[in-house]
Design a binder for this molecule. Structure first.
Ligand SMILES: [Fe+2]
Length: 401
């Protein structure tokens, strides 16, 4: 028997809210039993799983209007105003299925929505709440590059699908957006703020007589990430193809996280060197001097790869002793050879009206040399990751066209 019913009526507040945020929570799994302890409660659910909640976390998230502002849903209570000796006098299930807690020494009662408790009990350790799971790839020779065709009438569904692919695979192609020079900004600004850099808000990738970057030449560009010289590399890069009538000039793409995984399996010592030894990343320009010191492969505390800094032409000295520097070069050359393996690359010739989006901290990008004749004009920009994540969690584009 679930939700063993107790007849406690919630007091009518000036504005009753069920949960201390704006998310919609629902679960079909009911509370079977509640166990209280000196530090919090444990809930045993109908599916025989259990979840734990700390007393202070529960107390400061009480959805009553003294604790949580009913409009902003932000906390009104100061954590320090909660007594040190906070304890749970009573924890039980009400008639409506809520979890009722009576606090001591305050002698205050709080009512918690069980779906909210279930969600945060399950997602406590989830660092990607509400987001698609990352899927590593070697190439897309079987199923083709993830893509979506643009439709202004169905822009919500279309952009969400595009961003889901972008989040999961690290790249995604949006086709058929036309070739208006303003098109890139117009579409991206429906859900995000474009990140400006010293290359401007929007940059044009086309041949220049006096280039400030190798990107603005016709030469081949080996696989790389952009702006490795910055503390915060732009998370995403978008390239809108306005013209591509030249011979060759195909875009090359590789999943840097997959390459790191393969390197770890094949040559753990090289992997270790690239995740441990710092190197200077230094730009080369007459009017700027951007520098940052970091590893090539960056990991989080759980040892998962979170960022790749592959910059074949913008590196300074290695921050290491004689042996470490030697290890670094050996490891970096091994990694570059791996990145050159065409089995781990996707090659695509962008077409007029395509927008290619990719995770600049994961996907390595480059291009074949551009042939003679015709014109190749890509418009590009950068973006941080938060707007993409927020849009995916909301499940809708915040500012449709
Ligand atoms: Fe680039």
């Amino acid at each position: 028997m679930s939700h063993s019913l107790k007849n406690h009526k919630e007091k009518k507040s000036r504005k009753t809210i069920k949960v201390p945020d704006f998310r919609k929570y629902s679960t079909k799994i009911l509370v079977k039993k509640i166990f209280k302890s000196s530090s919090g409660i444990k809930i045993l659910w109908d599916d025989n799983t259990s979840t734990y909640y700390n007393r202070f976390w529960l107390r400061e998230n009480s959805p009553d209007p003294q604790t949580t502002h009913p409009d902003s849903r932000e906390q009104l209570i100061n954590l320090l105003s909660i007594p040190d000796d906070l304890s749970i006098k009573c924890a039980e299930i009400t008639e409506s299925g809520k979890v009722r807690i009576v606090w001591s020494p305050e002698n205050k009662e709080s009512f918690y929505d069980y779906s909210w408790l279930r969600f945060w009990g399950e997602n406590r350790f989830n660092k990607q709440v509400g987001l698609p799971k990352q899927e590593l790839w070697k190439n897309f020779s079987d199923k083709g590059l993830p893509k979506v065709t643009w439709s202004k009438e169905n822009q919500n569904e279309c952009l969400l699908k595009w961003l889901q692919h972008l989040k999961a695979f690290g790249l995604s192609l949006l086709k058929g957006v036309g070739s208006s020079p303003k098109g890139l900004e117009e579409i991206l600004e429906t859900f995000a703020i474009i990140k400006e850099s010293n290359f401007g808000k929007i940059f044009d990738v086309k041949f220049e007589e006096e280039p400030i970057s190798n990107a603005y030449t016709n030469i081949e560009l080996p696989l790389h990430g952009d702006l490795c010289t910055r503390q915060f590399m732009p998370k995403y890069q978008f390239l809108h193809c306005l013209e591509n009538s030249t011979e060759a000039g195909e875009s090359l793409l590789a999943d840097g996280f997959m390459l790191a995984k393969i390197l770890k399996e094949k040559d753990p010592f090289a992997y270790n060197s690239l995740t441990k030894i710092d190197v200077h990343f230094i730009n080369k320009a007459e009017n700027s001097d951007y520098q940052w010191v970091e590893k090539v492969i960056n990991l989080n505390k759980s040892g998962e790869v979170t960022e790749m800094r592959l910059s074949p032409w913008l590196r300074g000295p290695v921050c290491g002793n004689k042996e470490e520097e030697e290890h670094f070069y050996k490891a970096f050359r091994t990694f570059m050879k791996l990145a050159e393996d065409t089995d781990f690359q996707e090659k695509i010739k962008l077409e007029k009206g395509d927008i290619l989006g990719f995770n600049n901290t994961r996907i390595l990008h480059g291009r074949n040399a551009i042939g003679k004749g015709g014109e190749r004009w890509l418009r590009g920009c950068y973006m941080d990751g938060d707007d993409v994540d927020s849009t995916l969690r909301m499940g809708r584009i915040p500012r449709p066209l």
